[in-house]
Design a protein around this ligand. Sequence first.
Ligand SMILES: [Cu+2]
Length: 103
Amino acid sequence: MNTIKRMLALPVLAAALLVPAIASAQAVAPLTEGEVRKVDQEAGKLTIRHGDIKHLDMPAMTMVFTVKDKSMLAAVKPGDKIRFAAVKEGGKLFVTEMQPAPQ
Ligand SMILES: [Cu+2]
């Protein structure tokens, strides 16, 4: 189990270095501050305690988001402070981008 996670982590980390440059060029949703509460790698879901999301007209709360790409989840664990981009598509909320919050 742990070995598989480690094998997955390396390519994900490499991709994580490349993706922000591409993502910022086509940034659609502004980033929201949040704290990871739960990671469901299998389902591709993430529970985040987030601050106000103005573009979605949503107050601060704890809720579940689906990630656009399951590999995004390998880089986070409960307790991590993050910044993320959330978009609404077909009535569902997705996280399209995630980065560590500045210290
Ligand atoms: Cu919410």
